[in-house]
Ligand binder design. Structure first.
Ligand code: ATP
Ligand code: MG
Length: 344
């Protein structure tokens, strides 16, 4: 990865074993503890309670949304709330129908099967999953070539919980077999303050409200980033033998180049390049990436989504274009100020 520390801090994708272990310790264990996502929480609660009342396995559930918003956490809660065993797998681990058959045939009644990144599962496995989801049954091929026969196998009733950051990539027949799809949204600042307050308590870190609010404003609406920034603030307070107050947040996050609205060094460099070297654009992705010395892939998947979301950058057929909002934020004036911006 060519990205520096600043970029990793604000990249919503989980980084390595250490972070995964750290996150594990901070995961809410019940729906009640799960902050925000009011709507989804209510929907899940209803679905789980009804299933318990009817003594059946809950419908299959699809959790869709960007990285770091709580999909894995919710999958674990779904199992926990119903007091059901949980089996975890992921799309990339299921590269053949046989991989899936092995998992499905070993499920116990009522088990929750979590398939993370379900859009990356092999096609052949996907087809096996249709039947499994619908009828709790699969057909296993025995033998090879002309003598091959398919043997039906009954499965224990289970609940599939699929997670995807790219629900658009799911084939319709698969999407249609989920009884419920939860769309996770980015979190509001007051919700992130709650996420942070809870995490600080679990970490035994005394921190004041102003400090929490400041971190909440810089974490791009994403609990994973919030927890990560909190960890850097905790380090800073520890090393400098001081309280985790507003000043410590400023100092720690300045050190890591995360600015007041959550932009990091690379985000700012990309914006400055569009604004000053290309007069606000349009500029093509590849040209832009070369200008900031990054892979186009990094610019497109790591940098751009947030800049687009906060309305600093728009994608047009002719290339990336900075918005008036961006010109203002960077304290620059548009070279054609006074002329209409509509021509962009
Ligand atoms: N609603 C929430 N309340 C409190 N903490 C949360 C919430 N949602 C997420 N978190 C925290 O954020 C971290 C990341 O969440 P999680 O791993 O569930 O994200 P994800 O959606 O599965 O991400 P990915 O797409 O990368 O798999 C977890 O450590 C969890 O503690
Ligand atoms: Mg996850």
């Amino acid at each position: 990865m060519t990205a520096d520390a600043g970029t990793q801090l604000t990249n919503p994708v989980a980084e390595g074993e250490a972070e995964i272990a750290f996150e594990g310790a901070l995961r809410p264990r019940t729906l009640r503890e799960f902050v925000g996502q009011e709507k989804v929480r209510g929907q899940l609660q209803l679905l789980l309670t009804a299933a318990t009342m009817q003594q059946r396995t809950p419908d299959h559930i699809l959790l869709a949304g960007p990285p770091g918003l709580g999909k894995t956490t919710l999958a674990m809660i779904i199992a926990q709330e119903g007091d059901r065993p949980l089996r975890m797998s992921s799309g990339p681990a299921i590269q053949h129908a046989g991989d899936l058959a092995a998992v499905l045939s070993s499920l116990v009644p009522g088990e929750v099967l979590f398939i993370d990144e379900i859009h990356r599962m092999a096609r052949s496995a996907e087809e096996m999953l249709y039947l499994a989801m619908e009828d709790f049954r699969i057909d296993i091929m025995v033998g090879k070539g002309a003598g091959a026969t398919s043997v039906p196998l009954d499965l224990a009733p289970f609940t599939l919980v699929g997670a995807t950051t790219r629900s658009g990539l799911l084939p319709n027949p698969l999407r249609d077999r989920f009884g419920f799809t939860a769309h996770l949204e980015f979190y509001a600042e007051h919700e992130l303050e709650q996420v942070l307050g809870r995490a600080a308590a679990l970490l035994d870190l005394p921190i004041d409200k102003a400090a929490l609010a400041e971190i909440a404003g810089r974490c791009r609406g994403t609990p994973r980033i919030a927890n990560r920034l909190l960890r850097r603030v905790r380090d800073y307070a520890l090393v400098h033998g001081r309280d985790a107050d507003l000043e410590a947040v400023h100092a720690a996050l300045d050190l890591y180049d995360v600015d007041g609205i959550g932009l990091d060094r690379l985000d700012r460099e990309v914006m400055r390049t569009v604004l000053t070297r290309f007069g606000g654009g349009p500029v093509g992705l590849n040209t832009l990436a070369v200008s900031v010395g990054e892979e186009s892939e990094t610019v497109e998947s790591v940098v751009e989504p947030f800049l687009v979301r906060i309305g600093f950058l728009t994608r047009t057929p002719r290339g990336r274009v900075a918005t008036p909002e961006a010109w203002r934020h960077f304290g620059l004036s548009h070279p054609q100020a006074g002329l209409t911006l509509d021509v962009l």
